[in-house]
Design a binder for this molecule. Structure first.
Ligand SMILES: [Cu+2]
Length: 236
């Protein structure tokens, strides 16, 4: 089977995006084969052979321009179908953001991903925030907003199982969203060539059950508390 379809679809909008990709593939694939068949057919039909000179046809007669205008009209009609299918999906994924259950911060840099998660208070920007490198922990069936930024150059935050991709632009914080529909550990990839170490900046997303996520937050909070306490003791 075609490789992209082996990637599981684990977000609330993944199947919508797959639907648009399948539609575009079918329409473009159909016209690709029609165009190639016409090209090869004309090459054979108008070729040079004994007693028959090869023809150069500029296509400026009215009867010949139909070979351009009719396919153009048909292809534009297909474009209209694609626009009708992708408009609502774009709106759902990029324009409309459901209210978040949690917010995480995603920071790209050459060549690593840093993730800041809310701690036990469920709020971002407080002292119990949990920062990790290379591992994003989220809970299944919860709406997350991510605040994406870059410390240096252009990167792109891609989570294939979510069918999610968003460029990270230095100087800007871009907010997006996702809601996972299944658990497991999956790839996060940078999909913007960002320097010589671009291929060395993979990360993982751990999609956890409510119990697993609560246990992870609790464990990391204990570690954070212990290190803060020992740091204070060392300063006194
Ligand atoms: Cu990158």
């Amino acid at each position: 089977m075609f490789e992209p379809f082996k990637v599981e679809a684990l977000s609330t909008f993944a199947s919508d995006i797959d639907g648009v990709i399948i539609l575009v593939t079918i329409l473009v694939g159909f016209w690709f084969f029609v165009a190639q068949a016409a090209l090869i057919g004309f090459c054979i039909h108008f070729r040079h052979r004994d007693g028959h000179k090869a023809q150069y046809i500029a296509g400026d007669k009215k009867s010949e321009t139909r070979w351009i205008t009719i396919p153009l009209a048909l292809i534009v009609t297909c474009d209209v179908f694609i626009a009708m299918a992708d408009g609502p999906v774009w709106k759902k994924v990029k324009e409309h953001r459901p209210e978040p259950d949690r917010i995480v911060r995603v920071i790209a840099q050459q060549w690593a991903w840093t993730f800041v998660h809310p701690g036990q208070d469920e709020k971002l920007g407080t002292p119990d925030d949990i920062t990790t490198t290379g591992d994003l922990h989220v809970e299944v069936n919860k709406v997350y907003h991510f605040e994406l930024s870059s410390r240096d150059v252009l990167h792109s935050f891609s989570v294939p199982v979510f069918r999610l991709k968003q460029d990270a632009i230095p100087g800007r914080t871009i907010v997006g969203w996702f809601e996972a529909t299944g658990t497991g550990t999956y790839d996060i990839q940078c999909t913007e060539i960002c320097g010589i170490g671009h291929g060395l900046m993979p990360a993982r997303i751990q999609i956890e059950t409510p119990e697993q996520h609560a246990a992870w937050v609790s464990e990391r909070s204990q570690t954070l508390l212990a290190s803060t306490t020992s740091l204070r003791a060392g300063q006194e």
